[in-house]
Every structure is written in C-alpha cells, then in structure tokens.
Design a binder for this molecule. Structure first.
Ligand code: NAG
Ligand code: NAG
Length: 238
C-alpha cells in the first residue's frame, strides 16, 4: 500500500488524540511487580510510587486482611468504605486495580462522589441497595443530565463509569454489604458535598449562592456543617 499524505495526517491526528494530557491511566507494568515503598531520600518524584527492591519483597507486600469484618457505620452517613488501595496494599503499585468493601446501616448512604482515575464494578453481597450514576452534561444545554439507577439485590452487579458522579443507598430493612473493584491502584475519591461545601479554605459563599441559585445564608449554613468523605481513613475494623 502506498502511504499518502492523508495517511500521514491521519496517523499524526491519532497520535495527538492518544497523547492528550486529559488521559490519566495507571501505567502498564514493565516487570512482574513494583511493590510501593516510601523513599524520602529519592531525588525524583515518580507518577505513582517507587518500587521496593524485589530481593526484599515478601508475600505480605501482596496481602491485606480483615475484609470479612463489617465496617463501623455509626456515623452521619450510616456507611463505611474499607479500602485496599495502593496506600493500604503496597503490592498494588503499577497493577492498575484495587478494591473496597462498603457497609451500610439501614438508610445508610455512600454519598454522591466520583473517582477521577477509575471505573468501578460493584457486587452486592447482602441487603438491598439503590445505586446510580449521572452522565456529564449533554451537548444541548437545555437537556438534563441522565440518571442511570437500579435497585440491587445480593448477587447483582452494577458498573459506575470513570469520573461520573454516583451513589449507593441502603433501601432495605437490614444492613447491606457490597464489594467493588477499580481499574486503578489509586482511584481517587471526590465526595461532592464535602468538596463543594467543606473545602479549606472555603469557596466564597457568594460564588456558591449564585451557582446553586440559593441564598448566601443557606450556603453559609451548609459550609458550617462537618462534612465527611466516603473514604473514612481509619481501618477501624481491624
Ligand atoms: C509510607 O509513609 C507513610 C507516612 O509515614 C506511612 O503511613 C505508610 O505506611 C508508609 N508506606 C509504606 C509502604 O512504607
Ligand atoms: C463505632 O464508631 C462509633 C463512633 O465513632 C464509636 O462510638 C463506636 O465505639 C464504634 N464501634 C465499634 C464497635 O468500634
């Protein structure tokens, strides 16, 4: 086949799209594993974690325990996320996967949040969850963002696409448990109410009042609340 100027132009266009800085995927592996280690003496920063010397790697670097134990849901949301991200399980470094267990008290919610670096696949083990995600803005600004949501029972699986706002809510009479996997070692969590109303320093109340079309008084009230994230960091199940 002769290579025409059109082919070359298309090839350059594909390269340009493929290397868009907006893409942010976990790196492909260049070796069997790269167990994360803290190295305060390293003179460089890397995108991810520095690898532990493979000669000193042990089975425990790939191991975490306690995911059979319910998380403590005694908090205002009535839910608890227990995570196995790279910070908890160093062997995940460069592997592009991670896991959480989510416990829900009756009426417990995992509040609207998004993961900038991962899609999520969730399986319900116990209880009944109402779960959904919302699309980005449609091209026509008058069209509404679409909600995709389902009632999930034990054994049901639901997928939350990367970056989209999603939630789960326990609509059953009993506690509920779900396990979710991510295609990132460090999916990142942005809890919407916490980020918008609980940042430090605060977003100016007039900005939020105008944006949400409510009074500054209401914004100031919301900003005074002690917002929590979905990712309560203590591993208090152990
Ligand atoms: C890295 O350092 C932090 C803070 O000192 C510590 O909590 C964490 O356990 C360390 N992780 C590893 C893999 O050594
Ligand atoms: C659960 O968390 C609450 C609030 O922090 C605490 O009072 C309670 O002792 C915890 N329960 C268990 C079993 O750890």
């Amino acid at each position: 086949m002769k290579i025409s100027a059109l082919h070359v132009t298309m090839f350059i266009a594909i390269l340009a799209v493929g290397s868009s800085p907006a893409d942010a995927y976990d790196p492909d592996q260049l070796q069997d594993f790269c167990v994360a280690v803290n190295d305060s003496k390293a003179a460089v920063f890397v995108n991810g974690k520095i690898c532990k010397d493979p000669k000193t790697v042990t089975s425990d670097d790939f191991f975490i325990s306690g995911f059979n134990k319910p998380g403590n849901t005694s908090n205002p949301f009535g839910s608890k996320v227990t995570h196995a991200f790279v910070a908890d399980l160093p062997g995940l470094n460069t592997l592009g996967v991670s896991l959480v267990r989510i416990d829900f008290a009756p009426n417990g919610v995992n509040p609207p949040h998004e993961h900038p670096r991962a899609s999520e696949i969730l399986v319900v083990l116990e209880g009944t969850l109402y779960a959904g995600f919302i699309t980005t803005n449609p091209p026509n600004p008058n069209d509404k963002n679409k909600l995709f949501a389902k009632i999930l029972k034990p054994g049901d699986v639901f997928v939350f696409p990367k970056g989209l706002i999603h939630f789960q809510y326990n609509v059953g009479e009993t506690s509920a448990v779900a396990i979710a996997g991510f295609n990132s070692q460090n999916p990142g969590i942005m809890t919407i109410p916490k980020a918008v109303f609980g940042s430090e320093p605060s977003v100016r109340a007039d900005v939020l009042a105008k944006s949400f079309q409510v009074s500054e008084k209401l914004v100031e009230y919301l900003q005074s609340l002690p917002w929590m994230g979905n990712n309560v960091l203590d591993m208090d199940r152990i």
